[in-house]
Ligand binder design. Structure first.
Ligand code: AMP
Length: 271
């Protein structure tokens, strides 16, 4: 596993290879990231993992400051997999050297779910993914379904500009059903128990919703009840079509999307 600290050394090292799988991450590596790496290793000749906490996608300064970082442990975990050929750990200027690119703007119809609550978040994500794709020039990019809206928007944007496949990969959960996330490292045991309880209850909601006539109207009531019962703030709880992310009343082609805060930590999931 070769560690690359800037794009000059990355370009030098990757220049010879044509079948590159890319797994972009913000570090604090967990089994969710490792599953993407496993997929890339299965399909592509070489696997590149990037670790870069992109300040442009944080709409909240405190969130950026407290975002968990542990590069030493990350490198150990990545090395142990024996599936990573290159780790790219750039500094801000290596990626944003040319900061003059046209500003990314989301369509009005895309300002839903997280985009509605996190100003400029996806603009920052798309910008960095554009730059990383330009630098790494991967054949395929592996991203998690856990961040479904991110996957949806990045796929849509990159398709217009690059000949790169964006592959959606399944969400990895812990034994208590909680979707793995770097932010989980910030949660106490009590909060993790609560998160587990919430996922289980949401799975039940998804089953029960079958008989409801107007499913999203019903979800507003569920949202209200959950907020009272668990004393949490829920930003959204919506059933949306996985093909276009429009509000939906058809379970088969939809997922239940949720974003909520536990002790100031924002968690998202989709079931
Ligand atoms: P992050 O480091 O949180 O920016 O995530 C990097 C990539 O890992 C993104 O494509 C995420 O969607 C993906 N990812 C994060 N958590 C999980 C998970 N629990 N299962 C599968 N993929 C995940």
């Amino acid at each position: 596993m070769k560690i690359l600290l800037n794009k000059t050394s990355l370009t030098k090292s990757l220049g010879h290879f044509s079948d590159i799988g890319f797994v972009p991450t913000m570090g604090s590596i967990h089994k969710g990231h490792l599953s993407l790496i496993g997929k890339s290793n299965q399909i592509c000749h070489k696997t590149v993992v990037s670790i870069f906490v992109n300040p442009k996608q944080f709409n909240n300064k405190k969130d950026l400051k407290t975002y968990p970082k542990n590069i030493k442990k990350d490198l150990k975990l990545l090395n142990q997999t024996r599936k990573v050929d290159f780790v790219y750990i750039p500094k801000f200027n290596d990626i944003f050297e040319n900061n003059k690119k046209p500003k990314i703007k989301l369509n009005k119809k895309d300002k839903i779910l997280c985009a509605k609550f996190r100003d400029n978040h996806f603009e920052g994500v798309i910008d960095v993914m554009d730059r990383l794709t330009n630098i790494v020039k991967p054949t395929k990019i592996f991203m998690g379904n856990k961040d479904f809206q991110q996957l949806f928007l990045v796929k849509k944007f990159l398709k217009k500009k690059y000949n790169t496949d964006v592959v959606g990969c399944k969400t990895i959960r812990d034994k208590n059903k909680i979707a793995l996330s770097s932010r989980n490292y910030l949660l106490s045991k009590t909060n993790l128990d609560l998160a587990s309880n919430i996922v289980r209850k949401l799975n039940n909601v998804k089953k029960n919703i079958k008989n409801k006539k107007n499913k999203n109207k019903y979800l507003l009531t569920v949202k209200d009840n959950f907020q009272k019962q668990f004393k949490i703030k829920i930003e959204y709880l919506e059933l949306r079509d996985i093909n276009n992310l429009k509000l939906s009343n058809v379970i088969k082609t939809s997922r239940l999307f949720v974003a909520y805060y536990l002790n100031g930590i924002r968690l998202i999931d989709n079931l």
